[in-house]
Write a protein that binds this ligand. Structure first.
Ligand code: GLA
Length: 743
């Protein structure tokens, strides 16, 4: 049983031999945090982890005769502000009398096998009850007459604990939740390095690190989407931890909207981690018997450095987040027409693309933006989800049938949450777009956001999408979201509920996703938000893959995909080979390198297949056939980051099969080095030392120990004098190696 309870001390120890998480009941009935880290032995009393020796007079305290017991310093599990703790709280409730003081004391607890999914929010799940155990700690504030439940799940096979919180009002008096974190943890030290994934459009999820300092350090989003700018992820590592060694704690919020992930270092060098919905413009009103549930946070502990953390997240998400229908299925190699045509296409052009794509070995044709309303540019028609007959005179059914006749599956782009001011939908229902009465609306890509807090709007969009799914036998949907929310206000909400808007909006989005994926489980969803603006586990619960970035430049993608891999499995990262000069950077990288980068994701093409030269066509055919060989590895293998694009001119990574008999290695060099006679090798990871691996393209086998300790030999670089021997040269070089144990 992975949840051990010391009844005498009221101590709860969640452990699975990999990780331990220990909670106790404090003297005042609140919950104390004792430990989160490497597994500790069971059947011990860990009360001594709570140090209460504050100098008398240095702080406020709970008891007149015990000045050492101060909430200002004690490590807590779900702290509040205002009763002697002066740090940022997990919970804040505004009551009818204007007070914010609460006093939640532990009254009961329950341990169950398995894990329940959250009611309205995406969350991780178990496939069988025996995979996990759940602890529910129930606290009560008797004056408020409210019940707070903290929910913890530990998984047998993963170094993972999930947390969420639930609040129920049992009284006749309503109150308002102003802040409710998914998790709060007090670490006993500040000697930690925080890692975050930050960026912007076209350069999402770059790795940034900082040493914790006294005060607050935070990342957040207030855009109504988890955002390109900060991913809802944060890790803390010990000062000596590296990519492959040392201790790392990872936190990832299963939520796609406004969030906060922060660390507050206090005056005793303790660090309080808070992760949850951002309290700015958040409020939730609870009347009698109503329940509010927070999103879930996934927490991992690794003693194998950042890479160990990533492997935990990847494996866990593959088994407990991504829809079971897609878990053991390869996903189709797709071609998307966006960069090839933008809005300028007709049926004939698209069908000829599909025919060509089929000859290349591609499996799915995706028609991107521009097929509906009268959309010849981005100023019009969002919301008018009927085909544009001037481009598709015979309709979507005809196009879909013709594409499917070529042997490809058919997919479509939607932007369900949006409406163009210039659209039939907006003319018919001008109050469906989000806006504050009496105020001008801000624009973003010439469009407004629909008020998804209103069920009738979500229902309307559901009907439109399901009709198209059925009549075109759709296999795939790219669900885009190209602008953030401004002038947030809903005509469907009461005055006192307006700060519920952002969360209710997300509930509407999730509701639509849930209905569509439940009723059409075979339709593959790829989420997208102007590229990677909503690349988060909330989305992955419904859409197993996400378009990582509008930036398809191979060199830029090294950073984006490397950063994304910190948390998200390779098989969730939408990555395409596109034309050069690249449309975002005007950089021209070799076709080989573009594919060598895109292999480490879901793989596809975003170019005009009819503009390929014979040589390029042969290369593309070979690339597609290679990916078909590799993709089970990308889907099921373990990923190792070997060299970081953030630290040098070279990047390397690899994926190894679970039985370690196969691997795929990618190596990339941004700029060529003149007169290079450095030993050119990359040290691999995760192989079997005494197994002999055959490397495709090399004429002799290599043992795992040599490959891991000396490295795989790279091809010879042009150095000015070795023209006859050189195998590569120029900028943007790369090699991909496929290794297999010799039989
Ligand atoms: C966004 C997406 C692109 C493409 C365009 C279409 O920018 O990220 O991939 O679908 O919209 O307008």
């Amino acid at each position: 049983m992975p949840i051990i309870i010391n009844q005498e001390k009221t101590q709860f120890h969640l452990t699975n031999g990999k990780v331990s998480y220990i909670i106790n009941k404090l003297k005042n009935g609140h919950l104390g945090h004792l430990y989160f880290g490497k597994a500790l032995r069971i059947d011990e009393d860990y009360s001594h982890f709570q140090i209460t020796d504050v100098p008398t007079g240095a702080s406020c305290h709970t008891y007149v005769d015990d000045p050492a017991f101060s909430l200002e310093t004690v490590k807590q599990e779900y702290p509040v502000y205002g009763t002697s703790d002066f740090r940022e709280p997990a919970l804040s409730i505004r009551q009818e009398n204007g007070s914010h003081i609460t006093d939640f004391k532990l009254v009961s607890y329950k341990v169950t096998s398995g894990k329940k999914e959250l009611r309205e929010l995406p969350s991780t799940f178990v496939n069988e009850e025996k995979e996990a155990s759940t602890l529910e700690l129930v606290l009560e504030d008797t004056i408020l007459n409210a019940e707070l439940t903290l929910i913890y799940t530990i998984f047998e096979e993963h170094s993972i604990i999930t947390r969420s919180a639930k609040l129920k009002n049992n009284s006749d008096q309503a109150f308002s939740i102003e802040r409710m974190m998914s998790a709060s943890i007090d670490f006993p030290t500040k000697d930690l390095i925080m890692t975050q994934l930050s960026g912007t459009w076209a350069r999402e999820r770059h790795i940034h690190k900082r040493k914790l300092e006294p005060g607050i350090q935070a990342i957040s989003s207030l855009r109504g989407a988890s955002s390109h700018h900060h991913n809802p992820f944060m890790s803390l590592q010990t000062m000596d931890a590296t990519e492959h060694q040392g201790e790392v704690y990872g936190f990832n919020l299963v939520y796609s909207g406004n969030f906060l992930a922060q660390v507050e270092v206090d005056h005793y060098e303790q660090s309080r981690v808070s992760v949850g919905i951002h309290p700015t413009r958040f409020e939730w009103n609870l009347s009698k018997d109503e329940v509010y549930e927070s999103p879930e946070v996934v927490m991992t502990y690794s003693d194998q450095g950042l890479n160990g953390m990533s492997q935990s997240f990847h494996k866990f998400y593959q088994e407990h987040l991504i829809a079971p229908y897609w878990r053991n299925r390869n996903r189709p190699i797709l071609i998307n027409n966006w960069e090839a045509t933008y809005f300028d296409f007709n049926e004939e052009k698209l069908v000829s693309f599909a025919k060509r794509a089929k000859e290349l070995g591609i499996e799915l044709f995706v028609l991107d933006d521009g097929w509906f309303g009268q959309r010849n540019d981005d100023t019009t028609s969002l919301g008018d989800w009927g085909e544009d007959r001037s481009k598709l005179p015979e309709g979507l059914e005809s196009l879909s049938a013709k594409v499917r006749e070529t042997g490809l599956e058919f997919g479509l782009w939607f932007e369900p949450e949006m409406v163009s001011p210039n659209s039939e939908l907006n003319r018919e229902y001008p109050d469906w777009a989000i806006g504050t009465p009496g105020r001008e609306r801000s624009y973003g890509r010439n469009q407004f956001v629909l008020d998804f807090t209103r069920k009738e709007i979500v229902d309307y969009i559901y009907e439109k999408m399901s009709d198209i799914i059925e009549r075109t036998q759709l296999s795939y949907i790219k669900w885009d979201m190209n602008r953030n929310i401004t002038e947030a206000y809903s005509r469907g909400l009461a005055v006192h509920q307006q700060d519920e808007f952002f969360h209710r909006y997300l509930l509407g989005v999730y509701d639509l996703y849930k209905r569509l994926t439940t009723n059409y489980p075979h339709v593959l969803f790829e989420s997208c938000a102007g590229g990677g603006g909503r690349f988060d586990p909330g989305m992955f619960r419904y859409a197993p893959q996400a378009w990582a970035s509008d930036d398809t430049d191979a060199m830029e993608r090294l950073k984006i995909q490397y950063g994304s891999s910190l948390v998200y499995p390779l098989y969730s990262i939408g990555s395409h080979v596109s034309a050069v000069p690249n449309h975002q950077t005007l950089r021209s990288t070799p076709l080989e390198t573009r594919a060598n980068v895109a292999y480490f994701g879901t793989f596809g093409y975003e170019l005009n297949p009819q503009e390929l030269s014979q040589e390029e066509e042969d290369m593309v055919k070979a690339q597609i056939s290679n990916y078909k060989t590799y993709r089970h590895l990308i889907r099921t293998g373990e990923f190792y980051r070997l060299q970081s694009p953030f630290e040098s001119n070279e990047t390397a990574w690899m994926v190894v099969s679970q039985d370690r008999s196969e691997a795929l290695v990618g190596w990339y060099k941004v700029l060529a080095t003149p007169n290079n006679r450095k030993e050119q090798t990359v040290r691999l990871k995760g192989l079997i030392e005494n197994a002999s691996y055959q490397i495709e393209g090399l004429n002799r086998p290599y043992y795992g120990d040599e490959l891991m300790n000396r490295g795989i030999p790279l091809t010879t670089e042009f150095n000015g004098v070795n023209a006859s021997k050189a195998e590569r040269g120029g900028d943007f070089q790369s090699n991909v190696y496929y290794l297999k144990i010799e039989k």
